[in-house]
Design a protein around this ligand. Structure first.
Ligand code: ZN
Length: 100
């Protein structure tokens, strides 16, 4: 569990770093840029980083609530191997495949 928590911290820290880089792009004026395609790509990346950050924050909230590693659908523990592969997983393999 400690190793998983440390990994979440690392993920959150790297995402914060990514967000800091994205924020720096606010210095640019999108209206004055001729690289509109590049700008759209940056916006898409920023959106992806934002939603992933929410997953990390949700996972950290679940750690605080003591529900991290518990499937939100069936209430069974999520296998450690799955959490290792997907630290932000909220459902066990069976439930995740059932809802997707
Ligand atoms: Zn489940």
């Amino acid at each position: 569990m400690d190793a998983q928590l440390a990994r979440l911290d690392v993920d959150a820290a790297s995402l914060r770093h990514d967000r800091a880089d994205a924020t720096a792009d606010d210095e640019h004026d999108p209206e004055g840029s001729t690289l509109s395609g590049e700008w759209q790509r940056v916006e898409a990346l920023r959106h992806a980083a934002s939603s992933e950050r929410e997953e990390v924050l949700a996972a950290l909230a679940r750690v605080e609530a003591g529900t991290y590693g518990i499937c939100v659908r069936c209430g069974q523990p999520i296998p450690p191997a799955r959490l290792e592969a997907r630290p932000m997983a909220t459902m066990c393999v069976a439930c995740a495949s059932a809802v997707s």
